[in-house]
Design a protein around this ligand. Structure first.
Ligand code: NDP
Length: 447
């Protein structure tokens, strides 16, 4: 059977077995398309049904999360954990709390995580989880009660050598704290079962900054390869959460100017460059909306709705909000305005049509699997520190992160080169991430 027909038949099976899970279909399709040259060169992977096995999660949990709001009303949400692939180590991947969460989103994220974790070079399998709970507008006590109920069920399936969740959209230090407290209480164990912990109780320095910093480190490496740097460049960032804030900070440290940020209501454009102290105060301390920014910075402009953000003229685009936020129309607008590089801080923020536009126009494009791997990489380093019971300095952790991001750039460039698609970092990331997992799965036999 040719690689082409294997991919076609496996993808048809994925569609049949996972009806309605459109984000999962999208993520699988992209990876399978990239793997065709690998399958041509390695017929043993076809014979051993590597592709059929890799698209099927090892285990999926879906559970009821009952909790009580401040008015005394009972509420019910749905919780998920997908343990996708453990060939390279314990399952590792974040928890997302957002009303849009359903099984298809968790599976897409878990599937991506397999290859991302492989690219970091650390020993981590792929998993993901979350809930359709919306932390927005909830009191601290409500968030705590929800997290405790969520962990009361989740704690049955995770552990420091089994599955180590972390944060994602809607899950930051506060939520990780409440979940860790409940795990410790039920299991009577103080272990590194979650990453993204507070610094006083097992967290790692530089974890908060890691995804955003890592994104900028890999983009810097990619720009270096074409004789450029962030110095003097105008950068458009979307989102205003953890990834967006620290990507902005690192771009500014490297001499670039970030001119936009957004949330799910709209975006701000500040021609003077974003003032990060103001953003941190609004988003991290007051937990308010990004539009508050223009009350303080009078040259800045707020526009309702998210789509227009990519019509702002910039040199580099860093989508850091959510999946499918940058489509073909947005990519065309960016290209037309002279944008020559894009890096995905979020997971799958660019639609397949958007990626097509970037690639046809020779925009230097680094996909999320590689570009946002810094977060999980430092989570891996947090696990190492927890096992050693010794915290590392910020400098040591940040320098390890830089090395990991430079190595990821190197391995995705080399894989693309080796498989005849030099400069295609989407294919490079999928191939390099896959090969390590495939070798481990082959060594483990039929599992
Ligand atoms: P946060 O919850 O801290 O921030 C998310 C940001 O994106 C917020 O500004 C949010 O706005 C915005 N956003 C969320 N959903 C939408 C939507 N449907 N439309 C427009 N904007 C939206 O999350 P993170 O910064 O942690 O995560 C951002 C992305 O990065 C996600 O794709 C995540 O999977 C990915 N990622 C995160 C990592 C991490 O370490 N945190 C690691 C690797 C990837 P609002 O407040 O209005 O909801």
């Amino acid at each position: 059977m040719s690689a082409d027909s294997v991919v076609k038949s496996v993808f048809e099976q994925v569609l049949r077995r996972n009806p309605g899970e459109v984000e999962f279909h999208q993520a699988v399709k992209e990876v399978l398309e990239s793997l065709k040259p690998v399958l041509e060169k390695n017929p043993q992977y076809v014979e051993k049904k590597l592709i059929e096995r890799i698209v099927e999660p090892e285990r999926v949990f879906m559970f009821r999360v009952p909790w009580q709001d401040d008015k005394g009303n009972y509420q019910v949400n749905r919780g998920f954990r997908v343990q996708f692939n453990s060939a390279l180590g314990p399952y590792k991947g974040g928890l997302r709390f957002h009303p849009s969460v359903y099984l298809g989103i968790v599976k897409f994220l878990g599937f991506e995580q397999i290859f991302k974790n492989s690219l970091t070079g650390l020993m981590m399998g792929g998993g993901k989880g979350g809930s359709d709970f919306d932390p927005k507008g909830k009191s601290d006590d409500e968030v705590m009660r929800f997290c405790q109920s969520f962990m009361t069920e989740l704690c049955k399936y995770i552990g420091p050598d089994t599955d180590v969740p972390a944060g994602d959209i809607g899950v930051g230090g506060r939520e990780v704290g409440y979940m860790f407290g409940q795990y410790k209480r039920i299991r009577n164990e103080f272990t590194g079962v979650l990453t993204g912990k507070g610094l006083e109780w097992g967290g790692s320095l530089a974890r908060t900054e890691a995804t955003g910093y890592g994104l900028v480190y890999i983009m810097q490496e990619a720009l270096k390869a074409v004789g450029k740097s962030f110095k003097g460049l105008e950068v458009s960032v979307s989102g205003s959460g953890n990834v967006a804030i620290y990507a902005t900070q690192k771009v500014q440290q490297l001499g670039g100017k970030v001119i936009t940020l957004s949330d799910s209501n709209g975006y701000i454009y500040d021609p003077d460059g974003i003032n990060l102290d103001t953003v941190k105060q609004i988003k991290e301390v007051e937990r308010k909306r990004i539009k508050e920014y223009v009350n303080i910075h009078k040259n800045a402009k707020y526009t309702e709705g998210c789509n227009g953000i990519w019509t702002v003229k910039c040199d580099v685009a860093l989508p850091c909000a959510t999946q499918n936020e940058l489509d073909a129309e947005a990519a065309n607008a960016l290209v037309k305005n002279g944008c020559f590089a894009a890096g995905e801080g979020a997971n799958m923020p660019t639609t397949p049509e958007g990626i097509d536009v970037f690639q046809k126009n020779k925009v230097l494009f680094i996909p999320g699997k590689a570009a946002n791997a810094g977060g999980v990489a430092v989570s891996g380093l947090e696990m190492a520190q927890n096992s050693q019971r010794i915290p590392w300095t910020f400098e040591k952790t940040d320098s390890e992160l830089q090395t990991i991001m430079v190595n990821i750039y190197k391995s995705i460039s080399e894989a693309a080169q080796e498989y005849g698609c030099a400069g295609d970092f989407v294919a490079g990331a999928n191939i390099a991430g896959f090969l390590k997992v495939a070798k481990a799965m082959t060594a483990h036999g039929l599992v």
